[in-house]
Design a protein around this ligand. Structure first.
Ligand SMILES: Nc1ncnc2c1ncn2[C@@H]1O[C@H](COP(=O)(O)OP(=O)(O)OP(=O)(O)O)[C@@H](O)[C@H]1O
Length: 226
């Protein structure tokens, strides 16, 4: 479970101070799905970075299962990220010289999983996103939608507790967007994940049962009746 209390994040831009998060309180239960929307520069990516332990707040606490990510040492934070949090980004972030299978395996290296098991689990994860036939393909040999599936498999192969996605469909055309949303939705259901996604896409936001809107660093959450 996430519990954020009074999270403030300020950036310095020359002489100016940017208030990216202006005191955010938020609770996200295990297995929940939360969509975050809002105008450009509103603070969506900053919030996701706090949830993922990719950056620290200026003040406030970001607890994941009672552990404040804001106060962990860099080494422990890296461990939490590599064990418990899967990331999917708009730009896929695959390593261009590695095959789909090798890209997925990279997520298991920091966990000390031995090579044969890495290969097996990566192949399994790629099968689960419909890429069982493409284990040996390089990213350049795959469509955008397929590359994003590889990125999803890489995020999930370690069986994280949380999946964070920053505009996962932002680089995809409409048909691939629906395809990737379907994959993410079924992974969320299958794995019992906590799934948090930033999107600009109002059609995705409209369907979300729990929607967080962030404007000028201030967050409001609306829930739709099931
Ligand atoms: N590393 C940084 N240094 C300085 N300012 C930053 C930094 N990162 C973000 N900001 C500023 O913080 C504010 C919030 O940025 P953030 O990227 O979280 O917004 P966003 O809602 O994700 O925007 P977008 O939809 O354009 O991605 C913006 O004013 C941005 O310019």
């Amino acid at each position: 479970m996430y519990q954020l209390r009074s999270v403030i994040k300020q950036y310095r831009k020359g002489r100016e101070t940017v208030h990216a998060l202006a005191g955010v309180d938020l609770t996200i239960a295990d297995g929940d799905r939360l969509v975050i929307q809002g105008p450009t520069g509103g603070g969506k990516s900053t919030l996701l970075q706090m949830l993922g332990g990719l950056d620290r707040p200026t003040s406030g606490s970001v607890e994941l299962d009672g552990i404040d990510l804001a106060r962990l040492s860099e080494a422990r934070l890296t461990k939490v990220r590599s064990q418990s949090i899967g990331f999917v980004f708009q730009s896929f972030n695959l390593i261009p010289t590695l095959s789909a299978q090798e890209n997925v395996e990279t997520a298991l290296v920091p966990l000390g999983v031995k090579a044969s098991e890495r290969r097996e689990r990566a192949a399994e994860a790629l099968k689960s996103v419909g890429l069982g036939e493409r284990l040996g393909h390089l990213p350049s040999e795959m469509s955008g939608g397929q590359q994003q599936r590889v990125a999803i498999a890489r995020a999930l192969v370690k069986q994280p507790k949380v999946l964070l996605a920053d505009e996962p469909t932002g680089n995809l055309d409409e048909s691939m967007r629906d395809e990737i949303m379907d994959v993410l939705e079924s992974m969320w259901k299958e794995h019992g994940l906590t799934f948090i996604m930033v999107t600009h896409d109002s059609s995705i936001a409209k369907k979300a049962p729990r929607l967080a809107t962030i404007r000028k660093g201030a967050l409001t959450v609306t829930e739709k009746a099931a």
